[in-house]
Design a protein around this ligand. Sequence first.
Ligand SMILES: Nc1nc2c(c(=O)[nH]1)N[C@H]1C(S)=C(S)[C@@H](COP(=O)(O)O)O[C@H]1N2
Ligand SMILES: [Mo]
Length: 326
Amino acid sequence: MLIRSHDNGFHHPHASEITPRSAYLQRRAWLQYLAGGAAAAALPVRAAGVERPGKLQALAATASQAAGAQTMERVTAYADAAQYNNFYEFGLDKGDPAKHAHTLKTRPWTVRVEGLVQQPQTLDIEALLKLAPQEERTYRLRCVEGWSMVIPWVGYSLAELLRKVQPLGSARYVEFVTLADKAQMPGLRSGVLDWPYTEGLRLDEAMHPLTMLAFGMYGEVLPNQNGAPVRLVVPWKYGFKSAKSIVAIRLTEREPGTAWNKAARNEYGFYSNVNPDVPHPRWSQATERRIGEDGLFAKKRKTLLFNGYEAQVGQLYASMDLKKFY
Ligand SMILES: Nc1nc2c(c(=O)[nH]1)N[C@H]1C(S)=C(S)[C@@H](COP(=O)(O)O)O[C@H]1N2
Ligand SMILES: [Mo]
């Protein structure tokens, strides 16, 4: 990870210095951002304080001011975020998506918005990119497998799109359908999941400002293996809810099936909120390993309810038994 220094030139930090210094710069950038006004204008475009990796096309964005949108935790190295992936359409090993997703064609690309809406439409990816201002939000992402990362995503609230298409009064859920093309995705030969990979949210979860339609990360367009050209990011739910390479968004009256729920009903529920008190049937969910901190003596972190976003999303589940609706 390169480190930006605002006023005293570039320093080659000692390896031992990298962590504290980058955390310090992030915090300082954020304080300046909060100070607002002229200070904000002098800031790097990205509050995360992490230099663009310079691998893919830049995607400009302003730092989101939404509550909960900027964790102060250290951002995961781009190399880890782009090379340790789950994207079963390209294979089951963590390194497979980065190796094989170059065959994914992200242009032309359209997303159908259909079902119980006033204005069903098929949007070209270029139009979708411009539908609302691009914002950067640094979210934790926790996988049900027990690891987590901190990633600066670029995109906007899914609510922006949903408001445009005007859900009908009967719409209660949103289903996300992703690409399933054998010619581009070697993993479809495996029967582990029922393709296409689909996911779902309750309409109020989908409308929550933190639920994001993401087009980029680290200031650039998404690498194919991270779900280009457009994916969902739902920071308080296990990673598998954040469907990659979306081709359709469908509003429904009934709770939609989801890929993991169909594959193993007793292991993956519809809600899939990060919850340390509800173990997966085969392992605990109480702790997690932060990718990049996985040295021999690295301590595991305690997993937080709703992945630490309880203040923002807790009220969505106020009357629900979260052990029953896991
Ligand atoms: N289409 C599709 N989307 C998917 C998956 C997948 O296999 N296929 N895996 C999910 C899982 S289990 C996780 S943890 C996240 C990982 O996102 P990342 O690789 O960008 O970190 O993507 C989710 N979205
Ligand atoms: Mo996952």
